[in-house]
Design a protein around this ligand. Structure first.
Ligand SMILES: [Zn+2]
Length: 243
C-alpha cells in the first residue's frame, strides 16, 4: 500500500475533541504533487485526482482570473438551485469561478422573509449576495424529476423529518397545482409544480425588503428557470414590474 502524505506539521485537530467518545479526526493531509493514495476510499481518490487536474490545468492557465479572485469576489449572479446531483449550474451554464454565488437546497425553495427561527441558511446567503456582493441578477432554477417536489406533492403529513418541514414551504405551489391539474396524472402534477414552486420562490424573494427595493430601483433583476434534463431543455422567465 502506498504511503499517505505527511500531515501538515503542527496542524492541531481543534474541535476534534467535541466528537463523541470513540471518534477522532485523522489523515489530515495537504494535497500536493507528492500526495499518494492509501487505497482507503475510491471516491476521495477521484476528488483528489480531479483537484490535481484542475490545479495543473485551469488554475495554472488562468493566472489573471485566480489572482483577481484572491482579492475578492464580484459575482453578478446569484443562483438558487436544487441539491440534486443532476443539476450542476456551473457546468450547465459554462460559468467560471467567481461568476455566480450559488445556493443549493432541497427543491430550490426560497422561504419567505421571517425573523423567527435560527437556521436560515438560504436567507443568509440571499442577504449576503444582495446587500454585500450587490449581485445584479437572482435566478431560481427548478428542474425535472425533482425529488423534493415529489415529496411536497405526495405527502399529507410534513411532520417528523427535516425534509417535510422544509418542502412544506412549497404548499402554495402544491395548492395551485392541485386546483389546476387535480385530475391529471401525478407525474404531470409534479412537472407543473416544479415551475409553480419556482414562482412561489420568486414571490418569496420579494418579501425581503432589500430585494424589493433594488428591483424597484432597477438595480436587480429576478428570473425563474426550469431545467429539464430528460428533454435537455431550459426555460427562462422573469419578474417584470407593472407600471
Ligand atoms: Zn430537486
Amino acid at each position: 500500500m502506498d504511503q499517505l502524505s505527511t500531515p501538515k506539521a503542527g496542524r492541531p485537530h481543534g474541535l476534534g475533541e467535541i466528537l463523541n467518545d470513540g471518534y477522532a479526526l485523522t489523515d489530515h493531509v495537504v494535497v500536493d504533487e507528492n500526495h499518494t493514495f492509501d487505497g482507503n476510499n475510491d471516491v476521495i481518490e477521484k476528488l483528489i485526482t480531479g483537484f490535481k487536474t484542475f490545479k495543473e490545468g485551469v488554475f495554472k492557465q488562468k493566472p489573471e482570473l485566480y489572482d483577481k479572485l484572491r482579492v475578492g469576489q464580484e459575482p453578478k449572479i446569484m443562483m438558487i438551485t436544487c441539491a440534486d446531483s443532476r443539476v450542476c449550474p456551473t457546468m450547465l451554464h459554462g460559468l467560471e469561478a467567481g461568476e455566480a454565488f450559488i445556493v443549493r437546497n432541497v427543491a430550490n425553495l426560497v422561504p419567505p422573509c421571517e425573523e423567527s427561527g435560527q437556521h436560515h441558511g438560504t436567507s443568509a446567503a440571499i442577504e449576503y449576495a444582495v446587500t454585500v456582493l450587490n449581485v445584479k441578477n437572482i435566478i431560481v432554477m427548478g428542474h425535472s424529476s425533482c425529488g423534493g417536489i415529489k415529496a411536497l406533492m405526495s405527502r399529507d403529513d410534513f411532520s417528523g423529518d427535516f425534509i417535510g418541514s422544509w418542502v412544506q414551504i412549497g404548499m402554495p405551489a402544491k395548492a395551485k397545482t392541485l386546483s389546476l391539474l387535480g385530475d391529471k396524472p401525478f407525474e404531470q402534477q409534479c412537472s407543473f409544480c416544479e415551475q409553480e414552486a419556482v414562482n412561489l420562490s420568486l414571490a418569496n424573494l420579494l418579501t425581503f425588503p432589500f430585494i424589493e427595493e433594488r428591483l424597484q430601483s432597477g438595480h436587480l433583476q429576478i428570473y425563474g428557470m426550469h431545467y429539464d434534463f430528460v428533454e435537455g431543455r431550459l426555460t427562462s422567465w422573469r419578474i417584470e414590474q407593472k407600471h
